[in-house]
Design a protein around this ligand. Structure first.
Ligand SMILES: [Zn+2]
Length: 248
């Protein structure tokens, strides 16, 4: 699919549920200025491949963040009229804060990035390696509700190989952020290209967004597929080979 320079604001809306390639998202940022914030959220548009974070994001410690989040979440619950003296609700603000920082958004902190060791393996030179059906849980950055899906990750070895569990860990690291599926796809792919020192990386993500199925248009059956095909994965035969592995 080539959106190329003909990409226009109407074209961006069509991106949902369709494949997106690298040059496309680089073109999207300026075009988003013609959208209201509500439209950006409900259409799940996004502004770039980097997770938008402030420069001072890590000036305070995780402990301080958990304390602040707990206080603020308590306020949200208060405003909604919930009785925080109730034994069932009492611990919720602290639990949510801990879950945000230590689990579901732990991938915002570069300190939690998986350490990756590469192995030389001349026998696997030029071979396609595919790790399929990597289950992940992420959260939509527009609604803060879950995105649940599977990632298929592939690369063509330049002589270096990476442990399969590390491919899984890289997927999990980027999933544990407030995300947009296209960005998640691209972040995983660019990370692998950089680690493996090759362009020949493909990432396909098939996911369900709870903000689409449990609220908004309440479409319970649709899934969103996004993909990144780098280097040799732009050759149709390679894509076919990849699909054979995935569908096998
Ligand atoms: Zn959403």
């Amino acid at each position: 699919m080539n959106w190329g320079s003909s990409l226009d604001p109407t074209g961006i809306k069509k991106m949902k549920n369709q494949e997106l390639v690298l040059e496309d998202y680089l073109n999207t940022k300026d075009l988003l200025t013609s959208y209201s914030h509500d439209e950006i959220g409900d259409d799940h548009l996004y502004t770039g491949v980097k997770t938008p974070m402030r420069a001072d994001a890590f000036d305070i410690s995780d402990e301080e963040k958990k304390e602040s989040i707990a206080k603020l979440f308590e306020q949200i619950m208060e405003v909604m009229g919930l009785d925080l003296k109730d034994d069932s609700l009492k611990g919720t603000p602290t639990r949510v804060a801990k879950m945000y920082i230590e689990e579901i958004f732990s991938g915002l902190n570069p300190a939690n990035k998986p350490k990756v060791a590469l192995f030389e393996n001349k026998y696997q030179y030029n071979q396609m390696l595919v790790e399929k059906d990597i289950t992940f849980y992420s959260n939509c950055e527009h609604h803060f509700v879950p995105i649940i899906g599977k990632a298929h990750v592939a690369y063509i070895s330049s002589g270096k190989v990476i442990g399969l569990s590390k491919l899984n860990r890289i997927v999990q690291y980027y999933a544990k952020r407030p995300q947009v599926q296209e960005r998640l796809t691209n972040q995983i792919a660019l990370e692998l290209q950089s680690i493996l020192d090759t362009e020949d990386v493909a990432v396909i993500i098939d996911a369900k967004h709870l903000c689409v199925s449990s609220r908004g248009i309440k479409d319970d059956t649709s899934a969103t597929v996004t993909s990144f095909y780098g280097g040799k994965f732009q050759i149709p035969e390679k894509v076919q080979e990849l699909y054979n592995y995935i569908n096998n």
